[in-house]
Design a binder for this molecule. Sequence first.
Ligand SMILES: *[C@@H]1O[C@H](CO)[C@@H](O)[C@H](O)[C@H]1NC(C)=O
Ligand SMILES: *[C@@H]1O[C@H](CO)[C@@H](O)[C@H](O)[C@H]1NC(C)=O
Ligand SMILES: *[C@@H]1O[C@H](CO)[C@@H](O)[C@H](O)[C@H]1NC(C)=O
Ligand SMILES: *[C@@H]1O[C@H](CO)[C@@H](O)[C@H](O)[C@H]1NC(C)=O
Ligand SMILES: *[C@@H]1O[C@H](CO)[C@@H](O)[C@H](O)[C@H]1NC(C)=O
Ligand SMILES: [Ca+2]
Length: 576
Amino acid sequence: MAYASWVITLAASVAIARATTIAEVCTPSYVQSSLVFGSLINGIVIDSSSVTANIVTDASVNGDNNFPDAVFDYCNVTFAYSHNGADDQVHVWYWLPTPDTFKNRYLSTGGGGYAINSGTGSLPGGVTYGAVAGATDGGFGSFSTSFDQVWPLENGTANWDALYMFGYEAIHELSVIGKEFTKQFFSMGDTKLYSYYQGCSEGGRDGWSQIQRFGDEWDGAITGAPAFRFAHQQIQHLWSNVVEQNLDYYPPSCELDKIINETIAACDPMDGKTDGVVARTDLCKLHFDLSSIIGKPYSCAAAPASRFSPATPAQNGTVTGKGVAVAKGITDGVKDTQGRQVYLSYQPSATFADAQTQYNSETNSWELSISNFAAEFVLRFVDMVDSSTFANIDGVTGDTLRDWILESWHKYDDSLQTTWPDLTPFHTAGGKVLHFHGESDNSIPAASSVRYHESVRKIMYPDLSFKDGNTALNEWYRLFLVPGAAHCSPNPTQPNGPFPQTNLEVLIDWVENGVAPATLNATVLQGDHIGENQQICLWPLRPRWSQNGKKMECEFDQASIDTWLYEFDAFKLPVY
Ligand SMILES: *[C@@H]1O[C@H](CO)[C@@H](O)[C@H](O)[C@H]1NC(C)=O
Ligand SMILES: *[C@@H]1O[C@H](CO)[C@@H](O)[C@H](O)[C@H]1NC(C)=O
Ligand SMILES: *[C@@H]1O[C@H](CO)[C@@H](O)[C@H](O)[C@H]1NC(C)=O
Ligand SMILES: *[C@@H]1O[C@H](CO)[C@@H](O)[C@H](O)[C@H]1NC(C)=O
Ligand SMILES: *[C@@H]1O[C@H](CO)[C@@H](O)[C@H](O)[C@H]1NC(C)=O
Ligand SMILES: [Ca+2]
């Protein structure tokens, strides 16, 4: 009791002494005084002695896909906390804007791959919009330790605490602590603190892990290309290799490139604007027959080994029937040996990243190169061994993938899967979601986002028609497919496509001023049209250009929409 009243007195004295310069507040002792939560945050004990704080001036960010260039000052704060009764330590990192640039905003950020943070990569976006921005290490050891480094603990031994921290708990705590810290640091009293989230890929999944569980955590969230439906998503990475193995054909890299180039060339104009961007992969699915390119010649110069790929020789050849069969098999999505649909796939025009083969200079032939995403998931999370690569995939079929998915879906349904479709608490609290996905994503299929949006629509508005349900859902949850974009980034193979770099500004305008984005603001970030502004249509509307590519309309086209929807008849339970 005595302790509690001391806390209140201290907080009050801080409020009176409201500082006006960053130098007055950006000190370890002031930060410590802004981290007095009492029992407000149940089960969490801040380690006061761990606080670091320093002023950083003239920090700059340039060429980031997710926020415009900026120069800014901030207060750089880190500290650790533990959970009552647990022998653990979680580090959090917050960048705080200067008192004169603070705009009563807080932003949580997430990770990528098996990392739960993006280093300091996502934090500038918050500070430049007057928000305190936070990242967590999930308790895995350090900001650069990823979850797969602590899972499994030993071969055969799960690390459940780490799993649930990665699954959703760490980002939740980051937000709860960050919001309270922000209020105290800036002595906000009863002033409304707007709270936000921004992340892509695993960061997109991190975002959904909160939206699905915690109604009042954020006023608005940006979730890009989310790695949700985790079991399906990780294991589908192996499908391209299974298709190759089934056909016993390992396409040379130049043949795969040629197939992509021809697909882009054929499908680019279908959207009404010949700009090298396939803005309508659905029309491409409906009207482009890959078989038409069999026999076309290709050639590529030799390329030295890079950090990402081994050396390739000079290549000359023609597109083969088997090469096209590989491409078609991949695009059709995962199927079991009875032909039942197990999962969806990448859109035509996405590069065949999972299908990449490797050249064996001793045998002078192209060989299988197994997707590490899938191998790591199966080894660590299904088999529970500390390993990340398969020696081979002998005997692996669509049935194997189906069974692995079923097993890991069940095992991680309440931690990693992240497809809970009932968003009632978030909606009731007035939250807004801006969900985007590169239509030519080669790592997480764009159709995965469409499926989840559909699941939410059907669960939230079961009695409304497709159109009316979408209208109702779009009041607070909007999905935008970004023409030509790759995985959380612009796409080198479609350089004239836009990328939504100003998402946070758009979301803030929606949340704080009620301006819902009718189309999503975006910018061309590379190539001849760099800097050009473009608008992205709101799902389920699709872009259609007229007047030689000068005028864009967002049209409703049921036949196109239908190409995005799959029925997974390989499973008995609904796949949200
Ligand atoms: C921010 O604080 C951390 C922890 O003290 C430190 O490692 C890092 O160098 C600081 N960053 C800057 C730019 O001062
Ligand atoms: C595909 O197109 C790119 C960009 O125009 C070009 O650099 C590359 O050589 C083409 N590849 C093939 C195999 O035609
Ligand atoms: C491929 O064919 C082109 C055109 O015939 C030729 O110029 C080139 O030298 C050939 N390259 C290889 C590696 O055979
Ligand atoms: C764990 O299992 C992997 C895969 O079987 C093996 O390579 C590794 O040596 C094992 N580690 C230990 C510590 O036994
Ligand atoms: C829209 O993007 C353009 C650049 O393409 C930018 O100048 C403008 O500020 C953005 N508008 C909003 C509302 O974010
Ligand atoms: Ca086009």
